[in-house]
Every structure is written in C-alpha cells, then in structure tokens.
Design a protein around this ligand. Structure first.
Ligand code: PDD
Length: 279
C-alpha cells in the first residue's frame, strides 16, 4: 500500500518522520477522514474545506492548495486500487528544535503531511442491528470544533465504554449531551430529530451536515438543539453519525434498551436517504 508523504506518493516504508516533529511531541496537528464509494469520493470538497479550516484555526499554513490536495488524494486511491474505503490524512506543524511549546513563524517551518488508505465496506449488519453506548463525562478541551490529532480525551472515553462492553461513548458536559467519542450523536423524540448545534463543543461533522440536509428535504422535523442525559434516556431512537459509520443506530445506553431496543423507523429512513445521496 502506498501513502502520501508531503507532496509525494511513496511506499510506507520510505516515510521518515523526525522524532522532533511537533505532531509527535505535542500532538500539534490536525486530521480528517474522507470516504470513497465505488471509486468516487463522497463530500470530498467538504472534508478538504474542513481540513483547511482546522489548519487556519491553529495558524498552520497548508503546504499545498485545495486542488493540489484533491489531486494527490485521487491519485493515491487509484494507485492503491481502493474502490470503497477511507483516506486518513493529517498535517503536523513540523520540526521544532529545541522542544518548545511556542512555535516559530509558520511560513518558516514546513508542515508534514501524510495520508493512508484503508478498504472499508459499509457495515450493513451493524447498521441494521445497531450498537451499544455508555454515557461518559466529556473531559475534552473547549475547541472540539478543531479536528485536532490530540485525541486523548476521546480515546479515554471510548476505552471506558469498551471496558463495559460498549461500542461508543456518549459524552456529556454537566448533563448536556455533546457528541460521541468519534461521531456526532442524535436523538428522536415524538418524530422530532435533535442534535447538538455546531460551536466549540462538538466537531462540525460532514455526515451531520448531509443528514440534516436530506432529512429537511424529506420534510422531517430537525432541531439543532442541545439535549440532556434525561432527554436521551427517554428518547424513542438514538443514533450516531460519522464518515465511517454513516447513521448508526444506538440501541442500548448504559445497558438499557433505547425505545424497543432495535433500530427505529426514523433512523432506518435516514440511512436510506443517506445511501441515496451517496449513489
Ligand atoms: N471521526 N465527532 C467526532 C469527535 C469525530 O471524531 C467525528 C469523526 C465526528 C463525525 O464527523 P464526520 O461526520 O465529518 O466524519 C464527530 C472520524 C471519522 C475519525 O476520527 O475517525
């Protein structure tokens, strides 16, 4: 499998990253994940725009233009023969010697860009059956809108859920549900669909934007409003959304069934609308 290393496509074994890279030392970098279906990227522009926007928010100067990046990503997918799968890409602030929290002029130190591909088919069985989640305090920082590679808060939350046998962690701040450890979270009550509004407490998910769009176009009632753990526990349906999961039903929370403990009709409809948008 080939990878992108800065502006070149090379074998993974050829990549050399300096141990003084700020990504390695400080998690000083950003990332994004974009998916392709049947040889075609889905929402590539949105993902590239978000990567550039994350870069801008941390004063990181991207080493190429959006078009150059899209070209590189397409070439990598073709060279690796990926039809349906994901590209993970990240950019770090590059080398900083001696180690110092402050960084020098972003124009002077080249950032380091890398990207890898994986073949990932849609997990239809999981999407039919749904997953389980546990509620965990949101211990992350206050700029969750930046897709930072610094993910310890997310990792610790997901691991907590995994230890209890769950698939995802639903995060809350003082009782207000924010998002999941690696996805946005939604609930449905009396046919109204709720999800936390964008802002500094959640990642502005691209899947979320797409689902909001298709749901509204289909005449479904959607509210970008925060909800509490209590609301969540009384919800008719709950689901998570991300590039890799699409709309994934959450059928149990903290060991208790959500609604009837099976995928609900609203999530099923959203899954279908999303598949239609992809095709
Ligand atoms: N996760 N919230 C968090 C914290 C995320 O990490 C993600 C994505 C999302 C959903 O965003 P999108 O719909 O744009 O994929 C929400 C990616 C897939 C990951 O870390 O692998």
């Amino acid at each position: 499998m080939k990878v992108i290393w800065n502006d070149k496509i090379v074998e993974r074994s050829e990549v050399k990253i300096d141990m003084e890279d700020r990504g390695y030392q400080f998690a000083d970098g950003i990332y994004d994940v974009v998916r392709a279906y049947n040889g075609k990227f889905f929402t590539l522009n949105e993902h590239v725009d978000r990567l550039f926007s994350s870069a801008e928010k941390i004063e990181l100067v991207m080493p190429f233009t959006k078009d150059e990046l899209k070209q590189l990503l397409s070439t990598l997918m073709k060279e690796n023969g990926i039809s349906t799968g994901n590209i993970y890409m990240q950019v770090t602030r590059g080398i900083g010697i001696p180690r110092n929290h402050t960084y020098t002029d972003p124009e002077l130190v080249p950032p380091v860009f890398t990207a890898t591909t994986t073949i990932v088919p849609r997990d239809q069985e999981k999407m039919d059956q749904g997953m389980s989640a546990f509620i965990v305090p949101d211990m992350r920082w206050l700029r969750c809108d930046i897709k930072s590679i610094s993910l310890l808060g997310n990792i610790m939350a997901k691991h907590e859920a995994h230890k209890k046998g769950g698939d995802e962690a639903i995060l809350h701040r003082d009782g207000i549900v924010t998002e999941c450890s690696s996805s946005n979270v939604w609930m449905i009550k009396d046919d109204t669909i709720y999800t936390h509004p964008d802002g500094n407490l959640v990642l502005p998910g691209i899947t979320k934007i797409m689902l909001l769009k298709v749901a509204r176009e289909a005449g479904m009632l959607v509210k970008e409003e925060a909800f509490t753990i209590e609301d969540l526990k009384k919800a008719d349906e709950v689901f998570a959304s991300s590039t890799t999961m699409e709309a994934m039903p959450i059928v149990s929370i903290d060991g208790n069934p959500v609604g009837h403990g099976q995928r609900g009709a609203v999530v099923e409809k959203l899954q279908q609308l999303y598949v239609d948008a992809v095709e």
